[in-house]
Design a protein around this ligand. Structure first.
Ligand SMILES: [Zn+2]
Ligand SMILES: [Zn+2]
Length: 388
């Protein structure tokens, strides 16, 4: 029976000693193993994972390694469990924790910064200067579950209370996994200044973050919101999430001209780049007006040439974001709670945790037009148990 010293548990949420967890071996090789249930320390809780979504960055970590960094290096053959977009139920409290109750449903942010570096002190904990330093004698207490510490493709995980976002009772487990996705979009708009009501915004790339960027920009009052991409089915979801117009680049290859035509012949105020296409940065720089701002939320595999002279001559601001800093997930969850947009439109498939390789194939190869694919340890009972 799970009963670590100083940890508070409840009979209502019995915790076994071991759990099923997927572990990464060589690149692309995942094995389902038994692992001990981790122990929450000070300022941490144990979360029973009720649902976890697959993200494009999981595929990066699993097949290539970075941005995951385990024990200071590549994540392969280190008994490491990937997965970071999860939600669940608080089932045990570490010593001194009174901010959360057992039984509370939460979504989790990924990055628990060290809390002591310059960036953490500024709320930029996703850019913590002690990223990945949480092992052996370099332990700075940093955690980014699914990147530098064990993640969510398992049944239970430890989370710092700073990473928890309480979610509405009516929110499904699947929708709960999308709080972080919407939070990343919110962080992009936050870094661009946040005051986008009445301002023109282009989102390039209708992946999960791009589609959530459309929804969040619209909820913040931006107009027009224009979405560009190559797949009509995804552009259609963008329209359902609030885009005022869409451009299919396959049909309209001069995307810069197409965007300007939709904005009274002028460049837009902001671009949120979510496509990772090699041409996307220069296109974005030409879509914005003079003094406009571009936020890069996706990255290409190779180095991309950028027209620096165009940036300088036009006083364009270029930002990069990592993850979801400055408590953006809390603002995103508030919009979802208030039903300002329906994030579930991007959830397409759910599989049992034991079928993770199938779920990854659906996400990676976009089988059956998959967008967000979720896995659940308990396919239908998890939410019910938490609500009782
Ligand atoms: Zn992600
Ligand atoms: Zn830090």
């Amino acid at each position: 029976m799970y009963a670590p010293a100083g940890v508070k548990t409840s009979k209502e949420f019995p915790i076994p000693d071991t759990m099923k967890a997927w572990v990464l071996g060589d690149p692309g090789q995942l094995t389902l193993k038994d692992k001990p249930i981790p122990t929450p320390k000070k300022a941490e809780v144990l979360v029973r994972i009720d649902a976890v979504a697959i993200c494009a960055t999981d595929l990066e970590n699993i097949y290539h390694g970075p941005p995951a960094m385990i024990e200071g290096g590549l994540p392969f053959n280190k008994n490491w469990t990937p997965g970071h977009e999860y939600m669940g139920t608080v089932v045990a409290l570490g010593p001194g924790v009174d901010e959360y109750k057992i039984g509370t449903r939460v979504s989790v942010e990924i990055h628990a910064g060290c809390g002591q570096c310059k960036r953490c002190r500024e709320g930029m904990y996703t850019s913590c200067h002690n990223y990945g330093l949480n092992y052996g004698d370099v332990d700075k207490g940093h955690r980014a579950n699914g990147f530098t510490t064990d993640g969510g493709f398992c049944e239970y995980q430890v989370n710092n209370i700073n990473t928890l976002v309480k979610i509405a009772d009516e929110m499904s487990d699947e929708e709960g996994t999308l709080v972080v996705t919407a939070g990343t979009a919110m962080y992009a708009l936050t870094e661009l200044g946040g005051l986008v009501a009445g301002e023109s915004v282009v989102v390039t790339g209708p992946g999960p973050i791009g589609l959530m960027a459309v929804a969040v920009a619209k909820a913040l009052g931006a107009q027009p919101v224009i979405l560009t991409g190559t797949r009509d089915n995804r552009l259609k979801i963008g329209l359902e999430l609030g885009a005022d117009a869409v451009v299919n680049i396959r049909k309209d290859p001069d995307v810069v001209a197409a965007v300007k035509k939709l904005n009274d012949g002028k460049g837009v105020d902001y671009v949120v780049e979510c496509s990772a296409a090699t041409s996307a940065v220069n296109d974005a720089l030409r879509m914005v007006n003079r003094g406009g701002k571009v936020c890069l939320a996706a990255f290409a595999h190779e180095e991309v040439p950028v027209d620096v002279a165009h940036i300088v001559r036009n006083n364009i601001y270029l930002y990069g974001i990592r993850g979801e800093g400055k408590s953006a997930t809390h603002r995103a969850e508030a919009f979802m709670r208030q039903k300002r947009f329906d994030a579930t439109k991007i959830h397409t498939h759910t599989f049992p945790l034991a079928d993770l390789p199938t779920a990854i194939r659906y996400a990676k190869d976009r089988v059956d037009d998959a967008i967000k694919v979720v896995v659940k340890a308990k396919m239908d009972t998890a939410h019910k148990v938490a609500a009782e």
